[in-house]
Design a protein around this ligand. Sequence first.
Ligand SMILES: Nc1ncnc2c1ncn2[C@@H]1O[C@H](COP(=O)(O)OP(=O)(O)OP(=O)(O)O)[C@@H](O)[C@H]1O
Length: 358
Amino acid sequence: MSESIISLDRVGKTFSRGGSQVTALDEVTLDVRRGEVFAVIGFSGAGKSTLVRLINGLELPTSGTVTVQGQQLNSLRPKQIRALRSDIGMVFQQFNLLRSRTVYGNVAYPLEVAGWKPEQIYRRITELLHFVGLTERAWAYPEELSGGQKQRVGIARALATNPPILLADESTSALDPDTTREVLALLRRVNEELGITIVVITHEMEVVRSLADRVAVLESGRLAELGPVRDIFANPTAGATRRLVGATLDAVPDADDLAQLRARHRGRIVTVTVAAGRSLGAVLGRASEQGVELEIVHGGLTSMKEESLATFTLSLRGEPDAVERMVAELRGIGAVEEAGDHGRTAGEAGEPLQEVSA
Ligand SMILES: Nc1ncnc2c1ncn2[C@@H]1O[C@H](COP(=O)(O)OP(=O)(O)OP(=O)(O)O)[C@@H](O)[C@H]1O
């Protein structure tokens, strides 16, 4: 396992508000590994912004420790924290560009603050604007740029001083879907070509799916789930994750789809989600020799950073024991949902899944 570049150990953060205490983060433990894209996802109020402020040292935890590049933030003096902060490039939802400066001037800003010489600044900006595809717009002002271009300036500025970590806080939330894809593709290049570790904070599972290697799900300040994106998508367990994933996987039938499927098919309806390429075909191919009549009634593929997930809803008919054996085999290769639902109707974590039979 590669070395961790950021680690949080039992981090808690409480705020006082109107005489009472608000717990924004509660015993959060996680590690971001050098070189990966790590996503933190959660609904509004889950504690994401608080986590960002703890990682970049704008706030200190009430309990527990935050370590960045081997240095524990609690033990550092403000000057040392400021120095460590220069290891973290920040990308913001609202771009935070200086309106009175051109693209060049915006990207130059952190280099000027860091005391670079004008000719070094020129060389670095030439490189950066080429990387983000904005060489032609060097002398444009922010108000002359599209949202996607503004965010590319934001990314160039964040990369200017060569930080090993990029912290992208809702960096695509103000953008339309096409522009979002363009910015995500750029962030992927930042990770793959420049080797920069990226932490993305988002409420959009779409961002996690296409960009991240691992994901932490925050729910009311607690770490609800943490793991490789593929595993979390294939088998979401926490309530928040099931709701987030359910909104993204089109291939998973929702309650209306299921009602229609039940009306049309008399078999036992199960939805199986597997990493494409696993042995689904082999299991399905054995259906008839096991006396099970099988029909694929719904499904599709969800592509992720490294691979795709296949989701199929099947109608299985036959002797209950034979059907049960088939379902057990399917469970052996992927996640099986009897309600066919990743949480869009009843499916809160821990609730028994609904059995649908002929
Ligand atoms: N400075 C503060 N003072 C008081 N309460 C705060 C403060 N900052 C955050 N909180 C509270 O902590 C909880 C977590 O807030 P936080 O902003 O971290 O969540 P979030 O997941 O980023 O939400 P959003 O996506 O809406 O920004 C919320 O209940 C919020 O009201």
